[in-house]
Design a protein around this ligand. Sequence first.
Ligand code: GLA
Length: 385
Amino acid sequence: MPVPLQTALLELFGSAFGDPAPGEVCFAPGRVNLIGAHVDYNEGPVVPIALDRGTLAAARPGQDGRIRLVSRDRPERIEFDLEASADAPLEGWSAYPIGLCRAFRRAGHALGGFDLAVAGDLDIGAGLSSSASLLVACARALRAAFGLELSDEQLALLAFAAETEHVGVSCGIMDPMASALARPGHALYLDCRDRSYEHLPFPREQVSVILVDSRTRRDLASSRFNERVAECAEAVAELSRVRPEIRALRDVHIADLERSGAALRPEVERRARHVVEEIGRVHRFREALAAGDHVTCGALVSASHASLRDLYETSTSALDFLVKEICNVPGALGARLTGAGWGGCVVALLERGAEQRVQDAVAPRYLQVFGQQARFHLPRQETTS
Ligand code: GLA
């Protein structure tokens, strides 16, 4: 847990709400998905890894049935009467903790009013799952404040319900699961159908994960993400007419596409092909990681990017440029856009030690061509808990 952030959070809590201090300060990291892009809502496997950045939250049960919220990043204190405005529309950042509170109550967990403070160090809108990190941190803080017997996995499902049902964003299950379950030093192999998972040891002493933020932004709730979700559903509806056991693209083989290709609209066929091939890459990535074959891991990550660019069409010229420039630097193993796409970050796997070399080579080129500074997130030296 980043220590300066913890101090800032406790100061914020004290100045907004006074004594007593909250019992526990809870952390939830952001995540970057190494491979398995746009696979979660198609019920396939993904391999996210926790970042060393995220959100801290602390809560204390209140006396008067009101919710009081403060964030280090927003000046105003928000107050909300949960009973009186149980169905009021939610907006702004407070939609997340309030939506979460509704999800807890709908699931039968007794929550009264509370005071809650949050502080984070994730860039918002960069595709690093700041919303899942906020939700999971708040869920942990509420679990601690109200002494609820809930596992991290249950908290992830409540966070998912909050975002999809109460905030109204059609995100997948990966982000809250990754934020709640991923362990330092490991990638998380998550099956998004049955939600089983495994912690895969990640060799940080040999391979670095860096993020390069293109500083171009996308809106997750935007029509383009929802359009991809709808195109995948359209493919499933069509393909299942031939093979009724197909419930999601997870159940589709390339042979199904070749057989039914003519029945699918061309762009729908491309989306489905990306997902089916990406699932194959996830399996190969997992095997290569276990075998210590980092060159193959990197090549699969780069192949994922090419598929996002050409078949899923979620890339941009800035992201393509960053991936290409990074991969040209000695020591780079592979790179791809991460998150939903249409802006945000590139994730790269590098041989340990190549981080600064990559930044020195790529930063000036990006500035020269795109007229703005890319933001490099190199791994911190200290570990997080
Ligand atoms: C966004 C969503 C995730 C996932 C990715 C694409 O980040 O929140 O659930 O679908 O896009 O892999």
